[in-house]
Design a protein around this ligand. Structure first.
Ligand code: GLN
Length: 506
């Protein structure tokens, strides 16, 4: 739709009660994605940004918790004085306001995704709210697209449409008739199958869209285009079809498909690796870095808790680069430090992200500068050398939800640094999510021994980037570069990592 000339935005509704996913473990919900304006959101927002290349906002991620919190605050303030406050209309109105919040903006199309499954108890208010929107607005202003799964049965080699029929029936019982069905499946839907689904689910045949598993995630929009999804949406919404300008995206997919066999292996040394979704944006950014360097990226997930001084060579000996990503709490920390020591000493490309940067600093002061009792205050508040310490602005913070240093902040890069060379500019903006920071008392000793401070806040007080100059590629940031990488605009630190990995492989 964007490539047809429309201004599009996405939003995700999650029916859980947490106000945002920021207080959940990645094991519950995968990665927490952070927007420029500092919202901690569902990881789907990362996909939205990577696909539509629009920066989303706090309004793009809405949970039941957020809705209820706002309604209860209004009730306490007396905004509903005299009334009984109920799910319908108070909660549903609040939900609708989130959708209508784009009304006076330049956005033409709001794509609102409801998380969960039709019939989930928690999701009912959201379904009711979008039903009401369909009634309040002109018929051609609202379209309901239902995404369903067509399970493939091995053995009899068939796709089953029964679950789709049932979920459509359930949806209809809530007063919503889907206009389009997007059917996730492992096999192409035959014409006959589409006809059957159309008949049983009460939709037009051209509105049954096949959504096959693709060879590359970024090929999906082109596949849906070919299936005619955008055409039926335009027709329903009474929009000019316009010829889509997909050529840039097509070119990108062509180039990805031409990459061939050359592969670099990159380890993500994390503490939440049992669920790959914990590092979704990091993994995507690594792949983007691969596209930019015409090379496949094979990601090896390593649980930092399992790394010891003895086995580190065995675990990391076959990779050409590592990323130590963000994290919280002291489980698995020493393993991260062993890994960083190993790659520093063996000239293996390294990118440290947030906690990964903090641990690179700890490792450096312990093993290169030979200081005693070095740690981050997060793990060891009474250590002699707290080289990472709590931020001034965090000292009086006791509530956990939404209180970290969050969102995009500017960072000034030092002349002659690797960072400056990679970004190709003096000032950058990257997204943050942390409470601890580099302790300025240790700047001098780091610089003297070769760990250069290559990026700081514009006033020079916060260390945002470090790099080790006696190494082919050893760079780390206090921010999360993975949140701004796009398949067609890869993030420089990842491009640099993959380039360096490619070189050492040769
Ligand atoms: N736990 C560290 C902090 O709060 C790092 C956070 C992160 O990696 N996102 O500063």
């Amino acid at each position: 739709m964007k490539n047809r000339g429309y201004k599009v935005t996405n939003q995700k509704f999650d029916p859980y009660i947490n106000v945002d996913p920021g207080t959940m473990s990645p094991y519950e919900h995968g990665e927490v994605f952070v927007t420029d304006d500092g919202a901690e959101t569902d990881l789907d927002l990362g996909h939205y940004e990577r696909f539509i290349d629009e920066n989303l906002t706090k309004n793009s991620s809405v949970t039941s918790g957020k809705i209820y919190q706002s309604v209860i605050e209004k009730e306490r303030r007396g905004d509903y004085l005299g009334k009984t406050v109920q799910v319908i209309p108070h909660i549903t109105n609040e939900i609708k306001e989130k959708i209508y919040s784009f009304e006076d903006t330049d956005v033409d199309i709001v794509i609102t995704e409801l998380g969960g499954t039709v019939g989930d108890m928690e999701g009912l208010a959201f379904i009711e709210a979008i039903r009401q929107i369909g009634l309040e607005q002109a018929r051609e202003d609202v379209i309901y697209i239902h995404v369903t799964l067509l399970p493939y049965i091995y053995g009899s080699n068939e796709l089953k449409s029964k679950p789709t029929q049932h979920s459509v029936k359930e949806l209809q019982s809530f007063g919503i008739k889907p206009d389009v069905l997007v059917c996730r499946s492992e096999l192409e839907l035959t014409d006959e199958m589409k006809g059957k689904i159309a008949l049983f689910c009460n939709v037009r045949k051209e509105c049954v869209i096949s959504n096959l598993t693709a060879d590359n995630l970024y090929a999906v929009p082109l596949m849906l285009e070919k299936e005619g999804l955008a055409d039926v949406v335009c027709k329903h919404l009474n929009l000019e079809k316009n010829i889509p300008n997909n050529s840039e995206w097509e070119k990108m997919i062509d180039n990805i498909r031409k990459i061939g066999d050359e592969t670099v292996k990159i380890a993500i040394v994390g503490k939440y690796v049992r669920l790959e979704d914990s590092y979704l944006s990091v993994a995507e950014s690594l792949r983007h870095g691969g596209y930019a360097n015409n090379v496949n990226v094979d990601i090896k997930y390593i649980d930092s808790e399992t790394i010891t001084e003895k086995n580190v060579q065995e675990l990391l000996g076959d990779v050409q680069g590592i990323v130590v990503p963000g994290g919280f709490g002291n489980r698995g920390i020493e393993g991260k430090i062993h890994a960083i020591k190993y790659v520093r000493e063996n000239n293996i490309p390294f990118l440290g992200i947030c906690l990964g940067m903090q641990m690179a600093v700890v490792e450096f002061l312990r093993n290169v500068c030979n200081l005693e009792d070095v740690d981050s205050e997060e793990f060891n508040p009474n250590c002699k050398n707290p080289v990472i310490h709590i931020m001034e602005t965090q000292k009086n913070v006791s509530k956990k939800g939404g209180t970290m240093r969050l969102g995009a902040y500017p960072c000034v890069l030092k002349e002659g640094s690797l960072a400056k060379k990679l970004y190709g500019k003096d000032e950058i903006s990257e997204r943050h999510r942390h409470r601890f920071e580099f302790n300025n008392d240790y700047r001098e000793i780091c610089e003297e021994n070769g760990l250069k401070i290559s990026g700081t806040s514009p006033d020079g007080t916060l260390v945002e980037m470090v790099e080790y100059t006696k190494h082919p590629y050893f760079i780390a940031g206090q921010f999360h570069p993975e949140f701004k990488s796009r398949p067609d605009r890869p993030q420089p630190l990842f491009v640099g990592l993959i380039e360096a990995a490619k070189k050492i492989k040769k």
